[in-house]
Design a protein around this ligand. Sequence first.
Ligand SMILES: [Zn+2]
Length: 206
Amino acid sequence: MTCPMLHRPQIRSLFVGWTIPCLMLFVACGDSPSPRPDPPLVEGERLGTAGAHEHGIARLGLAVDGARVTVDLELPAESVFGFEHAPRSEQERATAAEALDRLRTGGARLLAFPEGTSCALDSAEVQAPKDVEDDHAEDQHTHEDEGIQHEDVHLLASLTCSREPIGQASLRFADLLPAVVQVDLTVFTAAGEAAGRVAPDASFRF
Ligand SMILES: [Zn+2]
C-alpha cells in the first residue's frame, strides 16, 4: 500500500530531470527570435580593492540601458586639479573651477562610442571637496602637513545615444583628464557585466 507513495517523488523528479534539458534544447534550437547580444568585454588586470583612493587611478562605471548610458566616475581630486588641498591662490582657484566645469560638461567626451553611435550629455552632477568648490572658503588647511587628507571628485552623468551603444568602444581620458594613468572600468549592459583595470585609452566592448 505504501509503495506508490514512496515512489511518487522519485518518478516526479525523473520527469523534471528530463523536462528541463528538453526545454533548454527547445529554446536553444528553436527559431531564435533575435540574436542574443554578446556580454560586454573588458580586457584588463583583475580589479583589486574596489574604491581605493590611488592618485592617477580613476574608477569608472558605465551602465547601458537601451539608448541611455550612465557614467559614474570617481577619482582623486589630485588627478583632476593637480593638487588635493583647498586652493591657496587665485590661480589654483581658477584651475579648480575650470577643471570642475570641464568635467561637468565633458561626460560624453570620456568615451569613443561604437561606430555609428553618437551620444550627448543629458545631465551631469559633480561632487567635489567642499573647500575646492567654495570660492569664499578661508584657508583652513594649515594642518595638511600634519596628516594628509585625501579627497575624491565624483561625476554622475547621464547620456542619450542615437541608438543602443552595443559594440566596440574605447576610453578617451587624455583630453579631459590627462593625469589619469589607469582606469578601473566596470561595464554593465542587459547582457552582463565586465570589469578590469585598463589604460586610459583602452578598447572594450559594450
Ligand atoms: Zn589623495
